[in-house]
Structure formats: structure tokens, C-alpha cells
Design a protein around this ligand. Sequence first.
Ligand code: HEC
Ligand code: HEC
Length: 334
Amino acid sequence: MTATKRTVLRKANGADRSKRCRGTIAFAAAAAVFLAAPNAALAMDFPEALKRVDHALRTNPSNVSQFALDSCFKRRNFAVQLYESRQIERAERSLHFCFDALEIPEVAPEAKEKALDVDKLKAKALKEAEEALRLTANVKDGLEVYRECAKCHKPEGWGLTNGSVPQLAGQHSNVIIKQLMDIRAGSRGNPMMEPFACAEAVSSAQSVADVAGYIDTLEISTANGKGPGINLERGERLYQENCASCHGARGEGDPLKYAPRLQSQHYKYLVNQFRWIRDDKRHNADPAMMALIKDMKTTEAKAMLDYVSRLEPPEELQEPEGWQNPDFAGSRPK
Ligand code: HEC
Ligand code: HEC
């Protein structure tokens, strides 16, 4: 037996002995927990779970009976053996008993706090977005801000067809504003964009309003990145059934719901965002949309997004052929 295991055992046995004698009720209750314990998987990886079980064995935070402590300790050692012989799934199931027996909450306290933080950040970003929306945009100042953005989003706001940078042209102003506020608040996982959105350039609600006002003057490119085009009928059906209520029958979006325009957006960008939203990696996502797509397969997503990326905005929003942004004549970023 290793030193740490011995410590755990000693401490577990050393826990208030009077609890051992709380009588048959506690015993029966603990036994019932074991019988009822589901063979569920753990909500975290094994080493993390083991750390928390060992901590609970030492401190007994929920004041459970000695019987529960002893039984958990046996299961815990068995789980470690299984883990060491690479039977991960069985090891996790074995350790799961301890979570029930010792009444350890499945969500770590830090994780709960983090979730709360994200909610706070989201609320703050939305409030700031509403403030920026009430302001009148100064498009000339917006151009000066946009010069920085153009290095990635390009002077025309078309981004890159490989989908690594989104097309901003034609996106609803309030969507642009909300996304910027989210990126600034850190509630949209976005390491590539963050330093720029946080920069002095967009440090005030007014500068955010200005740059959004400027972006609003850009013409939409319909030469955006498209998908392979192999499942468009299925994509259309799925899209119209599931997504059109928010993103519009032609993918035009809905500013009232902060739902982005999807038409003419780069296919690969859409697929990445969809995945991040589904897998809860884009923390600012719409809860109703997340619930809807949580079990959708990536192949279904690809079919829908291929279809919607081929939908075009009305003629008057499309770039006139060969359009280049005159504001950048002679000063295009490399
Ligand atoms: C270093 C390159 C870079 C710069 C500079 C940059 N962006 Fe971005 N931006 C990105 C990338 C990459 C994404 C997509 C990130 C992601 O996948 O979440 C993005 C996403 C966005 C989005 C979200 C679009 C959507 O459809 O949800 C907005 C809005 C945006 N940028 C606006 C701006 C503005 C305004 C500026 C200038 C103040 C700016 N960006 C500067 C790279 C950049
Ligand atoms: C209940 C309304 C709603 C439904 C239904 C919905 N969405 Fe969304 N979607 C949103 C909102 C709102 C956002 C923007 C969330 C945010 O970042 O604030 C969004 C964002 C997106 C984005 C990211 C776009 C970007 O520019 O960053 C994609 C891609 C997307 N949705 C695809 C879909 C698809 C595909 C479906 C159907 C399976 C769907 N959505 C259904 C409301 C919805």
C-alpha cells in the first residue's frame, strides 16, 4: 500500500467514530444508496474525480456514516486498480459509487462559479450592446476604427473564403455589436479576435456603434466559401424545419432575436461555429438554439449550412460586380 493510500485510510477510519453508531437507519440509508446508484459515467475525468473523492474521504463534507466511508474507500481502491490496468470505463463506474455514497456534488464548486461568471458576462455584454445600439453611429470615425479590422476581415468585410475569418459585410448591426461586446467581455471563446476587440479602438460604446455603422455600409460578397454541394435537398429540408424560424427562410437572420444572417457566410466558418455552439464552446450562444441542436450530427449540420451558405441576399445588398472598397484605395492592408 502506498503512503498516500495509507493516509487516506487512516483519516477515513479516524473520522468521528460516533457516526458508526448512528444505528440501523443510517446503515440502511447508505446501503440503499449503493443499491440505487446508477452505473453512470463521471462528469469529469478519472484523475480529477479521484482527487475529489480522496478529498471527501479526508474531510467527509456531507457527514455520511462510517459505513459509507469504508465502502467508498474499498471501491476507490478497486477503481484505482482498474484504472491502472486501463479499464477506464469500469474504473469510472466504480468511482461513481463514491460520489453517491459520500454525497459529493457532481459539479465542482469552481465550475459552478465559472458558469455563473459567464452568465454575468453575457448579461453585461447585452446591456452594453443595447447602450451602443441607442447611439448614433459616426461612420467616418467608424472607418478609422475599421482600418484595424480590415487587416483580417479585409477592406470589403468579406473575410476569407476558407472560413477562418467571417464575412462581416451585411451582418445586422445589432448582431455585430452584440458579438463585439461578447468578444470583449470574454463570453465568446475567441482567442484570435479578443486582443483586437479589446483594443483601445473599440473601448467605448460609441466606437463600437461607429464601427458597426461603418460595417453596415459594406456590400455583401456572394462569392463566399461554399460546401461540397452533395446534400443540398436534405439540407434545405432540415434547415427550413429547424432553423428558419430564427435565421429566416432565406437565411437573412432576425435582428430582433440577435440571430445572425447566415446567407453568403463562409461555409467552413458556419460549420465551426455550429460545432462550437453545439459543444458548448461558444459561451454566448442562444440557449434555445443550443437545446435544439444538442443531438444533431455534424453531417446534418453540414448539409444545412452548405444549403444556407448558397442562399443570397436581395440584389440591393450584393456587391456590384468588381466592387472594391473606395475608402481603402491606395491603402489596402497587406
Ligand atoms: C487578427 C484578425 C482579426 C482582427 C484584426 C479582427 N478580427 Fe474580427 N474576427 C476574427 C476571427 C478569426 C473571427 C472569427 C472568430 C471565431 O471563430 O470565433 C472574428 C469574428 C468577428 C465577429 C463575429 C462575427 C459573427 O458572424 O459572429 C465580429 C463582429 C468581428 N470579428 C468584428 C471585428 C471588428 C469590428 C474588428 C476591428 C475592431 C475585428 N473584428 C478585428 C479575426 C479578426
Ligand atoms: C431560437 C432561435 C434560433 C434557432 C431555432 C436557431 N438559431 Fe442559430 N443562432 C441564434 C442566435 C440568437 C444566434 C447568435 C447567438 C449569439 O452569439 O449571441 C445564432 C447563431 C448561429 C450561428 C453562428 C453564426 C455566426 O455568424 O456566428 C450558426 C452557424 C447558427 N446559429 C446556425 C443555426 C442552425 C443551422 C440552426 C438550425 C438547426 C439554428 N441556428 C437554429 C438563434 C437560433
